[in-house]
Design a protein around this ligand. Structure first.
Ligand code: SF4
Length: 416
């Protein structure tokens, strides 16, 4: 069957087909803080963002979203905006009338799968009417119960779930759609996208793919992990737009994203320090072949230092020399000092080799998104934290000044 390669349009930005790889990021401001969100969007545009995502937790944020859009356009910032919606189909319908693209996980529109399908159908009709692009964004940790009940929490389940929603788009002849299947585990993420690509090719409709390693953390390890997951796919010609999610100010994501886009298409290479360029080159060169198990070690002739070798081995999930950290980038739902807390958790737990520790920005999505974690540290808001063990809350409403001590006590109690 001949494949139809689909190009989506978010305002003036083309995604997929023969368009260059698009780089994007997301605000971590509160959407009700219009001044700060507009200022951050302008910083992101200046740093090279071609799409900017803003969280929209509920209908109460719709007027703020409208105001942010209007102020940006009045300031001459035409960068298309993406509304990030979880759970509320009504919010998705409202946002589709305001911004150029809406990201949803349709499986979470309703607990009843049939109702979720009906709401997704309505949503597509509004997007068609308004010319709004859609991202069907499914994450490893937040698949609907319907699909995990059938296939477990696996790359296959992720691809199957995506295909169900894409099938509805094909039936509705609605093609302004991008898909993502993110995971914080690079192997799961790569397998899920490959499986989806195979299924789309079989079906004859290849929708554009948004790539990302979710909850990658920060610093060198966040950059290396993101590069390995994303580069593994881009080198196979899979991927049309990408976000490098870091638990840092969002503008810091853009040089890494631009590097990846430049390395795998014909875009200009961003300016990077020599050390950063060397690190990203090494991650892209050695990470994918380690992840694919084409080699078992980085050869000494590569000339990498021991630390960089360890980081690449860990991010490719071949050898673990420290704990594995999962940390979300934070967004408008974050109600505490996520970046500071993550640094403290890392400093106090660095001896716990092999353990998986998650630090998440909100209680709404955090627990679901940290599916692989042994321990979770989740901001509740109001200066409180919940501590999770294997996905279940074990301590709630802990003042954040005490939460790391409580977490370490629990870990020690288990004799880690
Ligand atoms: S888990 Fe983090 S990035 Fe995801 S919605 Fe919550 S605060 Fe935002």
């Amino acid at each position: 069957m001949t494949n139809k390669r689909i190009t989506a349009h978010a305002g003036s930005v083309r995604i997929g087909g023969d368009a260059p790889i698009v780089v994007q990021t997301m605000c971590n401001t509160h959407t009700y803080d219009i001044e700060e969100t507009v200022a951050q969007c302008i910083r992101m545009r200046d740093a090279g963002a071609e799409l900017i995502r803003i969280t929209v937790p509920g209908l109460q944020e719709i007027p703020h979203l409208t105001e942010i859009r209007d102020r940006l356009r009045a300031a001459g910032v035409g960068t298309p905006l993406v509304a990030d919606i979880h759970f509320s189909s009504e919010t998705a319908l409202a946002a589709a009338r305001i911004v150029e693209k809406v990201r949803i996980n349709p499986g979470n529109f309703h607990k009843d799968h049939q109702k979720a399908r009906e709401q997704f159908g309505r949503f597509l009709e509004v997007c068609r009417e308004c010319g709004t692009a859609v991202r069907v964004g499914l994450n490893h940790g937040s698949l609907g119960e319907y699909i995990t009940g059938l296939y477990g929490n696996t790359p296959l389940a992720m691809a199957k779930a995506a295909m169900e929603w894409l099938e509805m788009c094909i039936e509705a002849e609605f093609f302004n759609v991008v898909v993502s299947l993110k995971a914080s585990n690079t192997v799961v993420m790569v397998q899920a996208y490959r499986e989806l690509m195979r299924r789309m090719q079989e079906r004859g409709y290849v929708f554009p793919l948004h790539l990302g390693v979710t909850e990658a953390g920060n610093g060198e390890s966040g950059r290396i992990k993101s590069c390995i997951g994303i580069a593994s796919l881009l080198r196979e010609g899979i991927g049309n737009t990408l976000r490098v999610s870091l638990t840092e100010p969002p503008a810091a994501e853009l040089p890494v994203a631009a590097y990846l886009a430049a390395r795998y298409s014909h875009r200009p290479m961003p300016e990077l320090s020599e050390a950063e360029r060397r690190m990203l080159d090494a991650a892209c060169e050695w990470g994918p072949v380690l992840l694919n198990r084409e080699i078992d070690e980085i050869p000494a002739s590569a000339g990498l230092d021991a630390h960089l070798t360890d980081e690449i081995m860990q991010a490719a999930r071949r050898r673990f020399y420290r704990p594995e950290y999962i940390a979300c980038p934070g967004c408008g739902r974050t109600m505490y000092d996520l970046q500071g807390s993550f640094e403290q958790v890392k400093a106090r737990t660095s001896h716990l080799k092999g353990m998986v520790i998650a630090v998440m920005g909100c209680i709404v999505n955090g627990p679901g998104e940290m599916a692989d974690a042994d321990w979770g540290y989740v901001g509740e808001g109001g200066g409180k934290v919940s501590i999770y063990r294997k996905g279940e809350p074990v301590l709630r409403h802990v003042p954040d000044s005490e939460a790391i001590d409580r977490l370490l006590e629990l870990i020690e109690k288990e004799g880690a």
